[in-house]
Design a protein. Sequence first.
Length: 285
Amino acid sequence: MKLGVNIVQGIGRSSAMIVYVTGIIAVKRSKYQRIEVVDTEEFGRALVLDGFIQSTELDEHIYHESLVQPAMVLHPEPKRVLVLGGGEGATLREVLKHRTVERAVMVDIDEDVVNIAKQHLGSWHRGAFEDRRAEVVIEDGKAYVERTKERFDVVVMDLTDPYGSEIARELYAPEFIAKLRGILREGGVVVTQAGSSFFYPEVYDAVLEGFKRAFRHVHEYAVWIPSFGYACNFIVASDTHSFDELSSEEIDRRLRERGVETEFVDGKLIKTLLALPIPRPRRRR
């Protein structure tokens, strides 16, 4: 049954796609945003924040593996990992796949998102919240980074788009990116999702420039996420490590030795994504 209420999923400033909703599981207005968990016809269960799909049951592995695994394999031995955002718990899940990880801290500003995910999005987190290596902190990510004395091998930014909510916008600013460098251990790696370089090229370029100012090695890649309706951009950066020096065979070896099983990402795919051009609009004549 198709309900009368469907998601009009915004893509660009004047583009959208319609996602048919077959069931409403949970709706809540938190202190920060409207949270919805719905079942859809094409994508299965979905988490929706302020009307925008964050992830869905049938393609969340494409997004979360693409976000987490390149940065994790770029580091030769990631032991301490910080996740900013990622309320569903799927980013935390991907981090904890690595046997090298001794501690993973997930910081999300919205406790209601985390609690709803624990209750309704089990196939996303798969028990990651209960892993003895994990700590969940309910706090503004910016405030946490500014106050923490801890140092991390990898930082994963799984936030709403840089042109999206006010909650996340400051965490894409050059000043904040520079602060991330300060909480990294030697050889540290940072990765972020960065929205769409095609629909919002100016915003994307500003985020990219912030990383280029702060880090010696900066890589960018994009992955088509069906439920988003566009190719989502990712930026990974480090002062020490570069994918130019990492073969697809070495990536696969690291995944294998760390006990990481993936559905989408492997060494060949990562190297291919890094070699592909970033989607950009043609200049108007």
